[in-house]
Design a protein around this ligand. Sequence first.
Ligand SMILES: NC(=O)c1ccc[n+]([C@@H]2O[C@H](COP(=O)([O-])OP(=O)(O)OC[C@H]3O[C@@H](n4cnc5c(N)ncnc54)[C@H](OP(=O)(O)O)[C@@H]3O)[C@@H](O)[C@H]2O)c1
Length: 274
Amino acid sequence: MSSQPSVTLNDGSVIPQLGFGVFKVPPEDTRDVVLAALEAGYRHIDTAQMYGNEAGVGAAIRASGIPRDEIYVTTKLNNDKHGYDTARWACEGSLQRLKLSYVDLFLIHWPMPLRKDYVQTWTALEWVKADGGATSIGVSNFQPAHLTRLLDETETVPAVNQIELHPNFPQAELRALHTEHNIATEAWSPLARGALLDDPSITGLAEKCGKTPAQVVLRWHLQLGNVVIPKSVTPERIVSNTQIVDFELDDDDMAIMKGLDNGTRIGPHPNDMN
Ligand SMILES: NC(=O)c1ccc[n+]([C@@H]2O[C@H](COP(=O)([O-])OP(=O)(O)OC[C@H]3O[C@@H](n4cnc5c(N)ncnc54)[C@H](OP(=O)(O)O)[C@@H]3O)[C@@H](O)[C@H]2O)c1
């Protein structure tokens, strides 16, 4: 993989802009799939307590022989682990499963707004960062109202908000809010789980650029400034999804991509996830 771009977070640490997601990668396959990704050149892995495969991610890192500080590791707090003490212990559980002494980024997976405890949970993540369990802390699936409460009521601005984001759902309002507060935007389901890869606008751009539809979509993310974490268990896709730095979408191409916004989510609305 030729040299990949990175994003500097608001706490000064640096995240590779392209990462590898492992949602729905079966735990028993995770070591080999992540090892294939590391061999393909990814240096950023995105897991979560919910995925049940943190142990496989840690095993792949150890098996790769790549120095720990050259691999960026994100995990996420499970929805049933909110609350100050529970969240602090839950991070320790992740470190034990990963067999790591720290993660690079620890996220609150969902705000779970009806529980009314995401502010308190965020203060637990502040403790985890101060204690050295995570280099950076952030959130996922936070809506503008949830971010505003953290900004108003706590000391630390999240480094990242990881949100559903793809050409059908480009999240312009949240991206603008992130820019205003220096929060990095990280895109989950960046390929809309494959749903938009046969869209004629995208296949047309792929033909024009001599690239695959997935490469066009991932390139669009890079040009928006998003951190992007495509998932694949298919060896050739794991490799081809990294080949996105040797071409560029021009203004007309970006305008075509903008036209794909139809407001369609593929995942749950964060306010309904409780
Ligand atoms: N924070 C959150 O709440 C949240 C929610 C969802 C996801 N995530 C994170 O985001 C990551 C990515 O999201 P995702 O897994 O939902 O969706 P995605 O990356 O948009 O899409 C994955 C799907 O696309 C297929 N695919 C991958 N590369 C392809 C290519 N080049 N051509 C055609 N199809 C391709 C994969 O198939 P194969 O695997 O069969 O190749 C898989 O079915 C997750 O793994 C997870 O780490 C976070």
